[in-house]
Design a binder for this molecule. Structure first.
Ligand code: BV8
Length: 232
């Protein structure tokens, strides 16, 4: 039984809840140019286009529920006696809604807004536009989704890297291993002597870096993995 677990999730864990992934054949980046909607330059060039993209994603998620894989990770956090941290690249709130608490959204959350004028962060469930007013400083036209775009620094990296240095089990779930620094976490975990496991529909970009792998839909392989881990 491990004493400290770090879990990394990506879009694949939410796929069976109905939320599109990014790089699968019909994924989000096959329909939208990430440079237009997921970079600071894209926002500066056409903020209305970026607001439209995140308004669509925020509304799109509304009708979807956490699945058995999200529930299994919430159970693991509850029933595992050691150190536990769940790091997600996802900006949806399905982990929280499944009951996860020791959770870091390293790429932010689309249900939060960030004000470019005052730096204030607020919960934001409605449409956001250039007419939106900051609840903190009352400025208009300064709101952006509180998500980490390409070229921006992911959130809470110090806390994540400290957890990676101290873990003896690292599990990567539903991510293609394309995006850094998340895709490099497996190297940091291995350097710390951790056992590294990939649970994914298919081998990711970094598959060779993992000691073990199981391939299949997350709602099947993640609950089974957690059951074996807790039963050990
Ligand atoms: C940064 C916005 C500096 C939020 C996103 C090194 C080399 C090259 C480039 C770089 C590098 N280091 C940094 C970079 C630049 C860049 C980068 O990595 N580019 C890539 C494309 C090469 N990184 C950055 O800019 C990052 N910032 O580096 O700052 C820095 C660095 C360190 C320290 C300080 C400063 C910022 C990255 C964040 C960008 N924001 N999105 C949003 O709108 O969501 S990225 C986007 O990709 C999403 O956030 C998403 O979460 C993320 C990762 O994608 P995945 O989750 O993996 O999704 P994907 O579709 O790719 O894969 C899904 C997987 O699930 C597949 O494998 C599939 O098989 C599987 N699957 C599908 N169905 C199922 C399933 N698995 C199980 N069951 C199923 N049913």
């Amino acid at each position: 039984m491990p004493s400290a677990i770090v879990i990394l999730t990506g879009a694949g864990i939410s796929a069976e809840s109905g939320i599109a992934t990014f790089r699968d054949p019909d994924g989000i980046w096959s329909k939208v140019d990430y440079r237009e909607v997921a970079t600071p330059q894209g926002f500066a060039a056409n903020p209305a286009r970026v607001h439209q993209f995140y308004n669509w994603r925020r509304n799109n998620v509304r009708g979807f529920e956490p699945n058995a894989a999200h529930a299994a990770l919430a159970r693991l956090e509850r029933d595992f006696a050691g150190e536990f941290l769940l790091v997600t690249q996802n900006v949806d709130s399905l982990h929280e809604r499944a009951g996860s608490q020791r959770l870091i959204h390293m790429h932010g959350q689309h249900d939060k807004a960030l004000c470019n004028a005052c730096g204030g962060r607020t919960i934001w469930h409605d449409e956001m536009s250039l007419a939106s007013r900051c609840p903190c400083c009352e400025e208009v036209g300064q709101m952006r989704p509180d998500v980490v775009w390409f070229g921006e620094t992911p959130y809470e990296l110090d806390r994540i890297q400290a957890a990676l240095r101290g873990c003896d089990l690292f599990v990567s779930i539903g991510t293609s291993g394309n995006v850094y620094p998340a895709a490099g976490f497996v190297r940091e975990a291995r350097a710390a002597g951790a056992r590294t496991v990939e649970l994914n529909l298919e081998p990711s970009q970094g598959a060779d870096l993992f000691h073990e792998a199981e391939h299949g839909p997350a709602t099947g392989i993640v609950p089974a993995f957690v059951e074996r881990l807790l039963g050990a």
